[in-house]
Design a protein around this ligand. Structure first.
Ligand SMILES: [Zn+2]
Ligand SMILES: [Zn+2]
Length: 297
């Protein structure tokens, strides 16, 4: 039996419980959600117990283990910011992300570490680590806080194995097991990591991250890339309709590092305006799930 936990960031019209039901309807065994509106800091947004209850029971009905659910942090949380006030809000927002995810009892929350306007990457790694450390100190253990690799546009942090490793190494040892990282295939490719030319080169990229950080990724985002290798363009395409193509995803699923961790599609969907009470999975999510299952071999 496959121990691939495949899912998507399903559409959450009607709330996160509906997102879980749509995932279940597409036979997904992993899921990604937002726990607050992703374009806001969410540094004051809590989560009510009845919403937690509804979500957890929807997951149970869907047959999705909470350990395989990832929350995606708000995009505005720039924990690498050189501006004190922005950094404070991002840091507070990150702690709130972790608080909401912990209340939901899910496996992890992931986020993009941000960008350093002044170009001092070394100092930026320290600021990101400090925000992660603050969040971990503010919230009791339960849900892991994971850094996602980035497509590397401008001064964004988290595009190389060394940057991810540098962030995590600056987190105090006692807290270190509660953090980690995940890899997005589109971001890897856009950042110039060649995962598409051969199975060997894909493995070399995964090895570079695993060796630098000292552990394998805790999740993968499975996205094809609109932009070319090294384009630094963060634009996701349906698998097989971008510059990466289908075969690299077959190679990826054959790598033992994709076993036992959430594998999440963040690919285009066709019905973003689906009615709140309609739990039909998005047709494109269904198509992607079928494609991935066919690649599992
Ligand atoms: Zn991603
Ligand atoms: Zn992306």
């Amino acid at each position: 039996m496959s121990t691939h936990f495949l899912g998507a960031h399903t559409i959450d019209n009607g709330g996160i419980a509906q997102a879980a039901r749509r995932a279940g309807a597409a036979k997904m065994t992993a899921l990604q959600i937002f726990t607050a509106i992703p374009k806001f800091y969410g540094d004051r947004a809590g989560i009510k117990p009845d919403r937690v209850q509804a979500f957890q029971s929807a997951l149970e009905h869907a047959g999705i283990d909470r350990a395989h659910v990832v929350a995606h942090g708000a995009y505005v949380l720039n924990t690498a910011s050189t501006e004190e006030e922005k950094w404070m809000r991002a840091s507070a927002g990150l702690a709130k992300e972790l608080e909401r995810s912990t209340a939901l009892g899910i496996g992890a929350v992931c986020y993009h570490p941000g960008a350093a306007k002044d170009g001092d990457r070394e100092a930026a790694l320290g600021r990101v680590a400090k925000a992660i450390t603050n969040a971990l100190r503010a919230v009791p253990p339960g849900t892991r806080l994971l850094v996602e690799n980035t497509a590397g546009a401008g001064m964004t942090i988290g595009r190389t194995p060394e940057e991810i490793a540098g962030i995590l190494a600056a987190v105090p040892k006692a807290l270190r097991p509660r953090t980690g990282y995940g890899l997005d295939t589109c971001h890897l490719f856009a950042a110039g990591h060649d995962i598409a030319s051969s199975e060997f080169s894909l493995r070399e990229v995964l090895d570079a991250f695993t060796d630098a950080v000292g552990e394998p990724p805790a999740f993968f985002h499975l996205n094809d890339s609109v932009g070319a290798l090294g384009s630094n363009t963060d634009r996701h395409a349906l698998i097989g309709e971008g510059q990466i193509g289908v075969e690299p995803f077959r190679w990826l699923l054959a790598d033992a590092r994709t076993q036992g961790v959430p594998l999440i599609l963040e690919t285009p969907q066709s019905k973003p305006e689906i009615a709140e009470d309609d739990i039909a999975p998005d047709p494109l999510d269904v198509r992607m799930m079928e494609l991935l299952r066919s690649l599992e071999g």
